[in-house]
Design a protein around this ligand. Structure first.
Ligand code: ADP
Ligand code: MG
Ligand code: ZN
Length: 599
């Protein structure tokens, strides 16, 4: 916005320059020529002077120049008595009382008027027609809602669940009165959560496009201004503008830039500005009701850093997850972007989709674009499969540095590992049903995951259920072991959690042999107060500790051999489902259970 001001200064300079130029053009030939007195006398003698008006100290009049054109002239009067000479040469002459007052006044007034005129116009423009001149926060926050957005849900592929959830919002924005009549309450804020490049910005635009409402968008990083109070002023202005244009969508991209938990500044502090902006956003969100037909959408790829106040009910209480696409999603995204380039007839995008596990929508758009560039470089008229292959390799090269792509061998191990978890869960009584198995890498840590679906809220657990949990955790590692004859580091986290549960059974819940009913719940002292692992924070003897360790190991060994037996019995299922998962990358409850039950 700083830029805008400089831009306006240029306008002023241009206007002044224009006025000067114009003056020169228009008045040039009207302006009398100043000539020396001697020349004037000579002209009189030569009979060239037609008429003169004689003032106190200036003489002006008309004369013929050497081409015979009539021109205006003035000269400074030197002689006191001219009349005789003039009469001699037959010049028409008259006296003149000089009144310089008005010309002087005009020469002052006109520039002042022009100056004020320009200034006034500029001010009005900057204010956007608002009264008040010192309202600077306002100028800087000028936000214009985009109308007639062309993006539609069809432009977003592979995010079917998200689209389904957002369809309700579209419907509401398109016809708010119907919802109002029934009395339904719309969510105020919808938070789009997902890894970078998965199409969050795109889908937000698509919502506005589908509903046909204006789209006010700002990026969180835009809000963070140099001067204190600007960010808050912008938020205020954003909402003022949006209220005028309702129904509409306010979209705040990269919400984490302003929405970080307050007080997270640490010792350096100095985040007052961001805090003020965030507070203003909270105030504005509380200050209007959805009856007006305004929906606030925001996007972030780091929901965990957001201030909890933002996620409270009445604010961004609805979250829509947009995950990396699976094979089918990738295929659909490739199809969308491939429409923009010319493809060879023998190109099979299915193969490209299979090769690009872990790619986001933006990565895939990039593949197509890169392939088109390669085709041009190889002087081909159409994009061939070779170009696409090379483009994929290049982008994998870039992504590998960020650890987001796994190779085929690893993918296979991950698939068996996850199906191991899932199979044990489905075959052990007392386990929550498997909701989803995925081997699409998520960020740095998890290469795959198995999601279980709690069937009810549970506050109590029996020993059996705790052991079943351990079984499920061990299932991944066991599946690797019986399939490949070796295990990988991927099971590390599972083992840690399994060990925790086994210890808790003994130490916290009094279900073990060693301690009987005496329990020693773990002390939750802050990390930096803890001594080394064997020292403080423990109030039983070393002997007891050794026994606990032994019993923990016994439990885990016992469970491990149980799970091994189970999975060896069901190895045909393990293989069949893991291969299916490798192919589809995501399996949902119904498909999975159908295979477990042998259909
Ligand atoms: P995000 O906001 O989640 O980081 P963007 O919406 O900015 O991602 O996506 C960047 C680009 O990637 C989009 O403009 C689009 O071209 C492409 N893209 C991402 N996801 C999809 C998708 N699901 N379908 C089609 N194109 C997508
Ligand atoms: Mg974005
Ligand atoms: Zn695991």
């Amino acid at each position: 916005m700083e830029q805008n001001h400089r831009f306006n200064m240029w306008y002023v300079l241009a206007a002044i320059w224009g006025v000067i130029l114009l003056q020169n053009l228009i008045f040039d030939h009207l302006r009398p020529q100043i000539i020396p007195y001697s020349e004037f006398i000579k002209a009189v003698s030569d009979g060239k002077v037609v008429e003169v008006a004689i003032g106190q100290d200036k003489i002006s009049g008309k004369m013929h120049d050497k081409d015979g054109h009539e021109i205006l002239f003035t000269t400074v009067r030197v002689e006191t008595d001219l009349s005789q000479r003039l009469a001699e040469h037959g010049v028409k002459f008259s006296g003149r009382v000089e009144n310089t007052f008005f010309t002087a006044l005009l020469s002052w007034l006109i520039p002042i008027f022009i100056f004020f005129g320009i200034w006034y116009l500029l001010m009005r423009k900057m204010q956007g027609g608002q009264a008040g001149i010192m309202n600077f926060g306002k100028n800087k926050a000028k936000i214009i809602g985009e109308k007639d957005i062309e993006t539609r849900f069809n432009d977003v592929a592979g995010a079917d669940e998200a689209k389904e959830e957002l369809r309700e919002i579209v419907d509401y924005l398109a016809k708010p009165q119907i919802y109002l009549e029934v009395g339904g309450q719309m969510p105020k804020g919808v938070l789009l959560v997902g890894p970078p490049g998965t199409g969050k910005t795109l889908i937000a635009r698509a919502v506005a496009g589908e509903a046909g409402v204006p789209f006010f968008s700002m990026s969180g990083s835009d809000f963070v201004e140099m001067f204190v109070g600007m960010g808050a002023a912008r938020v205020r202005d954003l909402f003022v503008q949006a209220r005028d244009k309702a129904p509409c969508i306010i979209f705040i991209d990269e919400l984490d830039a302003i929405g970080k938990a307050r007080g997270a500044g640490g010792i350096t502090g100095g985040h007052d500005e961001r805090e003020q902006t965030l507070n203003q956003l909270l105030v504005e969100m509380d200050g209007f009701d959805t009856q007006k037909g305004i929906i606030i959408m925001a996007a972030t790829n780091r929901p965990e850093v957001l201030d909890p106040a933002l996620l409270r009910s009445g604010r961004f209480d609805r979250q829509v997850l947009i995950d990396k696409p699976d094979v089918n999603g990738r295929r659909a995204i490739l199809d969308i972007h491939a429409k923009k380039v010319k493809l060879d007839d023998d190109v099979n995008l299915e193969i490209i989709a299979q090769k690009t596990a872990g790619f986001s929508g933006a990565d895939l758009a990039n593949v197509i674009n890169e392939a088109a560039l390669l085709a041009v470089r190889n002087s081909r008229k159409k994009v061939s499969i070779l170009d696409l292959d090379e483009a994929v390799d290049r982008i994998i090269g870039g992504l590998e540095k960020k650890n987001r792509v796994i190779n085929q061998e690893e993918k296979k191990i991950v698939a068996y590992h996850e199906v191991g978890h899932a199979l044990v869960a489905s075959l052990t009584p007392g386990c929550e049903p498997v909701h989803k198995i995925s081997i699409i890498p998520r960020g740095l840590a998890a290469l795959g995951y198995t999601q279980q679906r709690p069937t009810e809220d549970r506050y109590l657990m029996s020993e059996k259920e705790l052991l079943a949990k351990i079984d499920v955790l061990l299932g991944g590692r066991v599946a690797e072991e019986i399939t490949f004859g070796s295990v990988t580091t991927g099971a590390g986290n599972d083992l840690m959690r399994a060990t925790d549960i086994a210890r808790a059974i003994i130490v916290e819940y009094g279900m073990g042999k060693t301690l009987g009913l005496s329990t020693y719940p773990r002390q939750r002292s802050p990390v930096f107060l803890q001594q080394d692992q064997h020292g403080g924070g423990r109030d039983y003897s070393d002997e007891t500790a050794a026994k606990i360790d032994l019993e923990t190991k016994e439990i885990l060994d016992e469970r491990n051999s149980q799970v091994k037996d189970l999975l060896q019995q069901k190895q045909h299922l393990l293989v069949a489902i893991a291969e299916k998962l490798l192919e589809k990358e995501v399996l949902f409850e119904d498909e999975f259970m159908a295979m477990v039950n042998g259909n």
